[in-house]
Each structure stands twice: as C-alpha cells, then as structure tokens.
Design a binder for this molecule. Structure first.
Ligand code: BGC
Length: 356
C-alpha cells in the first residue's frame, strides 16, 4: 500500500512536468510563428517600400530628364534659354550699310559664298549671337534648274540677312520632274516644310532671280503683308501697277493662314501673285511697302523657262478668287516629298507637286 502511495506520489509531478513541457513547446511554437509572421510582413513591407522608392525614382527621373526632344523642340528650348541671357536686337540693326552694288557679270562659286559666310549654319540657318532677333523668318524660294541664279542669290542675300540681324533659314523648294511649273503651290510647300523645322513666325517668299539693292529693305514681316520688290530694274524702278504683289513679299504666319495660303492651281507663268493680292484685299488687309529708294532691286536677266509658259486661264481664275480662296489653298495642299537636303547654305526640298 505504502509503496503504491509512493509510486502515485512520484507519478504526479511527472504528469505535471509533461504538461508543462508541452505548454512550453506550444508557447515557443506560437512565439516562433508570431516572429515568423512579423518578420514576413516586415520584409514584405520593406520590399514594397524599395519598389515604391525605385518607382518614384524612375518616375521622377522621367519627369526631370524629359523624353528625348525632337530637333524643333530642342531649338525652341535653346531659344528660350538664349532669351533669358541675351537682349533683344534693336529695332534698326546698326550693321546696315544702305545702298549696295549688285552685278551679275562675274559668276560666283558656292565655295566663295561658304567661305564668306562662316556664321551660316547647315541648311542656310543663321541667328545673331549677341542679341535675340526680332523675328524668326523662313525665306522660301520656288525653284527649278536655276542653279546659277541661286548662287547669286546666296552670295548677295546671306550677308544682307545677317546684317539685318534676323533669325532666318533659307528653303529652296525644287519642283521635281518636267511638268509645268507652279510657283504658288511650291510656296505653300515651303510654308509647310519650313514649319516642320522651326517655329517660324514670318515668311518671305522670293523669286530666285531678285536681289535687293539696299539692305535697309528688311526681309521681315510687318503689321500688314509686305511687298518688298517695289522698284525693279525690269520695270524701270517703279511699280508696274498698284496691286502688284509679285517678286518678293512677306507675311506673318497668321496673315498667311488667314487667306488660306496661296492657290495651288495656277500652272505656268502669271496670275498667282494677283490671286494672292485679291485674297489679302478680301480679308481687309492692305499692302505695306518700303520707299521706292529702299525697295530698289535687280533681276537676273534670263530666257523664259521651258514649261513655264504664260497661263491662259489666269485672267479667269483671278476674277474668281473670292469664290475659290477657301477651297483652294493650304487646306487642300497635296504633294510628295522627294528629298530634303540640308546643304551648307540652304535647305533644298525637292517635291513632286503633280500636274494640272
Ligand atoms: C501677271 C503677274 C505678273 C505681272 C508682272 C501680270 O499680268 O498676272 O503674275 O507678276 O503681270 O509681270
């Protein structure tokens, strides 16, 4: 009996011990589980934070570095920067010299023109480096097989335009093929192509064979469309008629757009400049001109080009400008770009503009 009591007495603590042991194990297990869960969630939160930071960095990086700018935007940004550090150029450039001698008896070489105009950038682009030009001017020249004339034009005009302190680019719009010539349509193409390159605000439309004889005849735009070739040697240094708007003219972008650009359907010589005049008059604009003295210019003598015969339909077309101007213009321009060459002294754009 005694021995039984003793056995029982000694069995009880062992049961308790087992229970305690199991409870401890459970507690440890629970602790371990708790720690694991805590660690798991902590690590996960770390991950998320790292990812978030990385994401933020990428996003900020994107926002700060900007997507790669195209050439036009980059130039605009550069202009803005220059605008902050440079003063505006004066209203009247101090570099002007006035009347000029213009002759065409000695041929010029492009090499000479290049050497004499080292400030001109590829594509025939220039802007003054000591002040911000008052206007950004695209000079558009309709062209076909007149390389000799173009050399004279570049020879005389580049120095003049630089003295005029303009931010300018020269765009020669070359009609591809041998179809009949269309001056006004080429001018429309010039507008579109120049706008692809730079934020031009003013357009000078110039024949390739007309050279100003005075650098005070500024190749820029005014509050009204401007006729620049007002006294041509060809017409005895006077205007052939009051509405004459041919040769060289300039228009602000808004003026040009308000008349729906130029007509596209004047094939051959003549009439398109009168149509442009009509458009301007119908929109209530007047023509501004320099004085006869400042507006003197010389034309390079030449035979009439083949495939540019006088257009017999021109009189009829001119009489209908009011009805046609909103149907026929920059809004209905279609052409094929054949090539674009950024040459040392000008940008040559060759286009297929179709046929009548
Ligand atoms: C034509 C114009 C030309 C002017 C001067 C007019 O008869 O229609 O296109 O510019 O003559 O030659």
């Amino acid at each position: 009996m005694r021995s039984e009591v003793i056995r029982m007495a000694s069995a009880e603590p062992s049961v308790n011990f087992n229970l305690l042991h199991r409870t401890c194990k459970l507690v440890v297990l629970l602790c371990f589980l708790h720690i694991s869960v805590t660690v798991f969630f902590y690590v996960r939160s770390l991950d998320i934070r790292v990812a978030f930071v990385q994401n933020q960095q990428t996003r900020n990086g994107t926002a700060e570095a900007h997507p790669p700018l195209d050439a036009k935007e980059a130039e605009q940004a550069e202009d803005e920067q220059a605008g902050k550090s440079l003063k505006k150029c004066p209203e009247t450039s101090p570099l002007l010299v006035g009347p000029l001698r213009v002759e065409f008896n000695i041929p010029v070489s492009l090499d000479t023109v290049r050497k004499e105009n080292t400030g001109v950038r590829p594509g025939g682009r220039y802007k003054p480096d000591d002040c911000v030009a008052l206007q950004k001017v695209a000079i558009v020249i309709p062209f076909r097989k007149r390389d000799e004339h173009l050399k004279f034009w570049l020879y005389y005009l580049h120095p003049i335009l630089q003295r005029q302190q303009l931010d300018y680019g020269v765009y020669v719009i070359n009609q591809d093929g041998d179809e009949i010539f269309n001056r006004a349509k080429l001018l429309n193409v010039g507008y579109v192509e120049a706008m692809k390159e730079y934020d031009y605000e003013c357009f000078v439309f110039s024949d390739v064979d007309l050279i100003p004889m005075d650098d005070r005849n500024i190749y820029k735009c005014f509050s009204q469309p401007r006729h620049l070739s007002v006294s041509m040697d060809k017409f005895g240094f006077r205007l052939p008629y009051n509405q004459y708007f041919g040769g060289v003219s300039s228009m602000m972008k808004e003026q040009y757009l308000s008349i729906n650009g130029f007509p596209n359907n004047y094939w051959g010589w003549g009439g398109e400049d009168d149509d442009i005049y009509n458009r301007l008059a119908y929109k209530g604009m007047t023509i501004s001109r320099p004085s006869g003295e400042v507006g003197k210019c010389r034309m390079i003598r030449h035979e009439r080009d083949k495939q540019n015969e006088p257009n017999p339909q021109r009189f009829d077309r001119i009489s209908h400008t009011r009805q046609t101007m909103y149907k026929d213009g920059i809004n209905y321009l279609s052409y094929k770009l054949v090539s674009k060459e950024t040459l040392a002294l000008y940008t040559k754009i060759t286009v297929d503009i179709g046929k009548p």
